[in-house]
Design a binder for this molecule. Structure first.
Ligand code: F6P
Length: 369
């Protein structure tokens, strides 16, 4: 059934950026304009609506054919994004220096109404989908589009950004191989991924790492040292260890950089910890490379561009059909819709019986267990 109530839609991008966001924005904008709807982009997540005075254009960017021209191949997001200022738990500083968290979703829905935005397409990860659900429960027409380089959303087969991150990490491993081999060194490569090991696993296998440490398999560093020492004994005097940022030792904890009010905890530092402990265990000079945000920047792969374009167009089709409170999901061979409440229910981690993991084991890669 066609939805005749929509005149104007809003697009917003939230959370960490991922290659492919601009492809979503382009496809959603063109698909909406082709239906005779107007499109506005909300700047920096929802800050454009919540803090309009901070922006010369009142926080709303009119999206036209011209604005979305030539952006499919660009990394980042033309709308800007933020992983601060979650409207469900909005941080407000108090006179005594403390910070309290306030639910501003009711106010935000009213701001959408005042801006005459009839429906929202929100593009983000699990945090953004939880916000989308809260806004939908307060009466806003919402369709979510999943995004994350971490590949940790359970209700979609894939998210754009992951393929680009894996391709880049693999290229980095190729480069690190030659320098590690030339210097007879161990190099520990820390990659993003939060509490899931997808990027480490896929790039580690594709890039021929010797050890891959992922959150799903708490590691024993003795095993890794044993692998490196065995290689040494057989004349392979260098090794590459890929560590997911969420990897943790057996009986140990994940490595956290910090936690701010209103934000998820920041992971990082595991690469340094591993290198520091591993060097005396192997006697080999050990270096650390943290790929970090390099995995989020740059040109999306063709696969991520296509997925972004498919998701953007599918989100508009959902609104046109009168769907609401759903997230677009990849359900090969097609694109499907899942209720927002299901979209945020579970994190997708690497299954211990996955054939990709088994492939790594068959190749002789050490997983620290
Ligand atoms: O979720 C994407 C991600 O890049 C994670 O892999 C990483 O832990 C986090 O975002 C880093 O976020 P920030 O932008 O706060 O550094």
């Amino acid at each position: 059934m066609a939805n005749t109530l929509i005149n104007r839609i809003g697009l917003s991008t939230g959370g960490g950026d991922a290659p492919g966001l601009n492809a979503v924005i382009r496809a959603a904008t063109l698909a909406a304009l082709n239906r005779g709807w107007q499109v506005v982009g909300i700047r920096d997540g929802f800050n454009g609506l919540l803090l309009p005075d901070d922006y010369p254009d009142n926080g709303l960017m009119k999206l036209s054919r011209r604005t979305v021209r030539g952006i499919t191949h660009l990394g980042g997001t033309i709308l800007g994004t933020t992983n601060r200022g979650n409207p469900c738990k909005y941080p407000i500083s108090q006179p005594d220096g403390t910070v309290i968290e306030v639910d501003r979703t009711g106010e935000l829905v009213e701001l959408f109404r005042q801006a005459q935005i009839d429906a929202l397409i929100t593009i983000g990860g699990d945090g953004s989908m939880a916000i989308a659900k809260a806004l939908w429960e307060k009466g806003l027409n919402v369709v979510g589009v999943p995004k994350t380089i971490d590949n940790d959303l359970d209700s979609t087969e894939a998210t754009f950004g992951f393929d680009t991150a894996v391709a880049f990490a693999t290229e980095c491993l190729d480069r690190l191989h030659t320098t590690a081999a030339s210097h007879n060194r161990v190099i520990v490569v820390e990659v993003m991924g939060r509490y899931a090991g997808w990027i480490a696993l896929h790039a580690g296998i594709a890039g021929s790492a010797d050890a891959i440490l992922i959150p799903e398999i708490p590691y024993d560093l003795d095993r890794v040292a044993q692998k490196i020492n065995e290689r040494e004994g057989s004349g392979r005097k260098f090794s590459l260890v890929v560590a997911a940022e969420g990897a943790k030792p057996l009986h140990g904890e994940v490595s956290v950089i910090g936690k701010e009010v209103g934000r998820a905890e920041r992971l990082g530092g595991i690469g340094d910890k591993i290198a520091e402990e591993l060097q005396p265990m192997t006697g080999k000079e050990t270096r650390v490379v943290v790929l970090g945000h390099l995995l989020r920047g740059g040109t999306p792969t063709a696969q991520d561009r296509l997925l972004g374009l498919r998701f953007g167009a599918a989100a508009v089709r959902a609104l046109a059909e009168g769907q609401n409170g759903v997230m677009v999901a990849l359900d090969p061979p097609s694109v499907n819709y899942v209720p927002l409440e299901r979209a945020t229910r579970r994190m997708k981690t690497v299954p211990l019986d996955s054939d990709t993991l088994q492939t790594g084991r068959d190749l002789g890669i050490c997983f620290g267990d």
